[in-house]
Design a protein around this ligand. Structure first.
Ligand SMILES: CC(C)(COP(=O)(O)OP(=O)(O)OC[C@H]1O[C@@H](n2cnc3c(N)ncnc32)[C@H](O)[C@@H]1OP(=O)(O)O)[C@@H](O)C(=O)NCCC(=O)NCCS
Length: 148
């Protein structure tokens, strides 16, 4: 990991255009910039990873009582495989543990190998599958991580 080169902080409005650019470069069906901005609402837990003051990755989660739902985690193509997603996730887990969160869950496309491998490495277990949930008959996999 190259943690010294990056700074992780809470997402704010000045980051949203760069977050949207990473989202567009990374997802087949990217979130709109308006949707990203709506996640600045305090009910969400948001992080950006900055390198040279540029956004290299972000994470967006939704907190409901004692559960966190990991809605989006994305790293700019040029910054991948340097441990940024793992670092963003660790910040989220630290927050979760400080806030009595017991469970994190997420949904991932069954054909997203990078994300599936990431979540497995982070300790998530598959708990259910939604057949043909996405276009072209791609299944959605629900995964969860129990926290002590
Ligand atoms: C998935 C994603 C967030 C990973 O970000 P990253 O910063 O490159 O991930 P890390 O460097 O922290 O890698 C952690 C682990 O993820 C897995 N992984 C990441 N990229 C991978 C790839 N291209 N192929 C296989 N496994 C991969 C590996 O297990 C890796 O551990 P390793 O490097 O020891 O093998 C990034 O590829 C991405 O933004 N993808 C597009 C958006 C997306 O699909 N987001 C998730 C669903 S919303």
């Amino acid at each position: 990991m190259t943690s010294q080169l990056y700074d992780i902080k809470q997402m704010s409005v000045e980051h949203c255009a760069q977050v949207y650019a990473i989202e567009q470069a990374s997802q087949a069906h990217p979130w709109s910039e308006a949707l990203i901005k709506s996640c600045l609402h305090p009910r969400y837990f948001n992080l950006v990873c900055l390198g040279n003051n540029q956004v290299a990755g972000f994470l967006i989660a939704d907190m409901v009582v004692d559960e966190l739902s990991l809605l989006n985690i994305c790293v700019a193509p040029h910054a991948r495989r340097q441990g940024i997603a793992q670092q963003l996730h660790q910040y989220m887990i630290n927050f979760a543990k400080q806030n009595q969160v017991h469970k994190v869950w997420l949904e991932v496309r069954s054909d997203n190998t990078e994300a599936f491998n990431l979540y497995q490495k982070l300790g998530y277990q598959p708990i259910s599958i939604r057949k043909n949930y996405y276009a072209a008959g791609v299944d959605a996999l629900n995964m969860q991580l129990m926290l002590k």
